[in-house]
Design a binder for this molecule. Structure first.
Ligand code: GDP
Length: 616
């Protein structure tokens, strides 16, 4: 155990950074690597000769023969550098210099000797009802020693299996949306697609869609002809059908591996997995565990107890607990890493899916992440990315920054575009709300969701909304008092909802110019729970400090944990010391008993509000 720890520590310290530090300036990249001369800038004849280990006079001579007169100090253009490389037996490559904040674009080059085999990452696709979910279950449970994990259910949407001593990583989300959503964000995580086709049904529209997705992503397909146990199963019909879409089985002279299975009866699953290994071998998937981790967010949510929680796939390098990670515009220290069985792990190498907590915001699925050696570097890069995003959105701004504005624009007969920043309690609800909002688009109105993510409303949301004239919609999340103030300062409208229908109806009304007089809630104040007392027969009393505004005994309240609502109800009693109080102001302590709620904990925020009549 001790030995392992030491090895990990040594590896950790020896990791290579993905972004060159100032010391290792980019000019160091002008090097020959495996017979390829990689250059980032133009070079003089003398510099090039030195790098290629040839005489400058040979270059001058060669160019002279092409009637180009140069001296040792002349700079060469990219094309000439390329020509000279080829002439002297080197391949060449021009590498763009990438700013560190654009790390997604940085081309990582590993030395051949650092590369090791990595697990293949597999996604299962196919037409609805052809058996994707059943196959995922069959694979997950195949040769799993039941006792091994004591029946602990899988925690994250990806898992690894060991087949013949080799690992395969499966991404769980069946369906094409997840796959294409990732691709739309420029993320490619899948190495191999298993295409499930039911033998009693054949090639169907979504089968074709899956083929298109896989082809567009240049990912090889393995066909799982499923439901072979059903009488009338006709595998040849399936393979013939696929041939029309250029998926040609080995049996018919093509290069696509196929396997006849029954996911339901768990037949031939091992054979299918062996095909995956075979395909993986052909792809020669390799990565360098000795660098700081780079990878992609598979899914993310705001966990009520633990804050932002993300499932990551490490694609290159190794991630260690306590590494600093930048993802999207956020950064954070990895506080805890767990595998799919909820076991804490200390490190995660290439191809490993894992769950992490410790990020400052909930990232979006498909976001790339990168680990950095120091907190300062991670923080600086995250900050630069945030500013850049604000700039980009500012450029898109169009002057509608409240629902009232929206209506007046439409009234004036102009096409009104309304920008929306949407924060919700989970990625799923964010997607659902976004989809319903976008359905409202018509000739007069363009509803443009510029950010949609899970998590509490943060300062960066307000800055983004302010810069791009957007309205912030909070769905099942609440802003803290600090965030509310910030929003007021920046003149950003925050609207909060708990039902999708109410949210879209409000927007529809605004579009139609029918903003009605409605009861709206007005937050009176917030209190932070500092102590929790248990009183027999009464229940839990929260010892609080009013941190903003005032708390009234008549208030309705909601309990917030990490910005998400965990309970809504009423105040049963409000006390200052032993006496009942009508209201308690900011800066004062009080005891609050919430009606029918005994699950409060230190750090929770109690938000008091009342309903008032107002123009919406
Ligand atoms: P998905 O929509 O592709 O995820 O399909 P499901 O996995 O939900 O399967 C759809 C239906 O087909 C379910 O009723 C399954 O029990 C059934 N099914 C899946 N695989 C098999 C199989 O190998 N044989 C038979 N007979 N039924 C299957």
């Amino acid at each position: 155990m001790k030995y392992n720890k030491q090895t990990s520590k040594r590896d950790k310290n020896q990791r290579e950074s993905n972004i060159p530090t100032k010391k290792q300036s980019f000019s160091n990249l002008n090097k020959v690597n495996n017979g390829v001369f990689v250059f980032t800038k133009s070079l003089t004849v003398g510099e090039l000769a030195k790098e290629l280990n040839i005489n400058a006079s040979d270059i001058i001579k060669k160019l002279f023969l092409q009637k180009k007169l140069v001296t040792i100090n002349n700079y060469l253009d990219d094309e000439t550098i390329g020509e000279i490389c080829l002439e002297f037996g080197y391949d060449f490559k021009k590498q763009e210099i990438v700013n560190e904040e654009d790390f997604e674009k940085a081309e990582i080059q590993d030395k051949e000797e650092d590369l090791v085999e990595r697990p293949a990452v597999v996604t299962i696709m196919g037409h609805v009802d052809h058996g994707k979910t059943t196959l995922i279950d069959a694979i997950r449970n195949s040769n799993l020693a039941a006792a091994e994990y004591g029946g602990i259910s899988q925690e994250i949407g990806a898992y690894q299996k060991v087949i013949n001593g080799k690992k395969i990583t499966f991404i769980d989300t069946p369906g094409h949306e997840a796959f294409s959503a990732m691709r739309a964000r420029g993320a490619s995580v899948t190495d191999i697609v298993i295409l499930v086709v039911a033998a009693d049904d054949g090639v169907m529209p979504q089968t074709i869609e899956a083929i298109d997705h896989a082809k567009a992503a240049n990912v090889p397909i393995i066909v799982a002809v499923n439901k072979m146990d059903v009488p009338g199963a006709n595998p040849d019909k399936v393979l013939n059908g696929l041939m029309q879409h250029d998926v040609i089985a080995e049996k018919f002279g093509g290069d696509v591996l196929t396997c006849e299975i029954s996911a339901k009866k768990k037949q031939n699953i091992d054979e299918l997995l062996e095909d995956v290994l075979l395909q993986a071998e052909m792809l020669q998937l390799k990565a360098n565990p000795k660098r700081y981790a780079i990878g992609t967010v598979l899914e993310a949510e705001l966990d009520k107890g633990e804050g932002p929680k993300a499932t990551l796939l490490v694609q290159n390098g190794t991630l260690f607990a306590s590494d600093y990670v930048v993802v999207g515009t956020a950064y954070g220290k990895v506080r805890r890493m767990t595998n799919e069985h909820k076991q804490v792990i200390k490190e995660a190498g290439p191809g490993t899916p894992l769950s992490v907590i410790g990020l400052s915001e909930v990232p979006a699925a498909g976001d790339r992440f990168m680990a950095f050696p120091t907190e300062k570097q991670a923080k600086d890069i995250a900050e630069k990315r945030r500013l850049k995003k604000v700039e980009e959105e500012r450029a898109k701004g169009n002057g509608v920054n409240s629902l009232d504005d929206l209506y007046s624009k439409i009234n004036e007969g102009q096409l009104a575009q309304i920008n929306i920043v949407l924060k919700a309690d989970s990625t799923g609800s964010a997607e659902a709300v976004k989809a319903s909002l976008e359905k409202l688009n018509n000739d007069q109105v363009k509803v443009n969701v510029i950010r949609s993510a899970a998590g509490a409303i943060t300062e960066s949301d307000i800055l983004l909304a302010g810069a791009s004239n957007a309205i912030i919609y909070g769905f099942n999340v609440r802003p803290s008092a600090m965030i509310r103030k910030k929003a007021e300062e920046e003149k950003v409208e925050i609207r909060l909802h708990r039902i999708i229908y109410a949210l879209t109806e409000e927007m529809e009304d605004a579009i139609k110019g029918q903003m009605k007089k409605v009861e709206v809630e007005k937050v009176t104040g917030q209190a932070e729970v500092r102590n929790v007392f248990k009183v027999s027969k009464v229940g839990q009393i929260a010892g609080c400090m009013v941190t903003d505004g005032l708390i009234k005994s008549t208030n309705k309240v909601r309990i917030l944990r990490d910005g998400a609502i965990i309970y809504e109800g009423e105040i049963e009693s409000l006390k200052r010391f032993k006496d009942d109080a009508k209201e308690v102001k900011q800066g004062f302590e009080c005891g609050i008993k919430i009606k029918n709620f005994n699950d409060i904990s230190v750090g929770d925020i109690i938000e008091g509000y009342e309903m008032v009549e107002k123009d919406a």
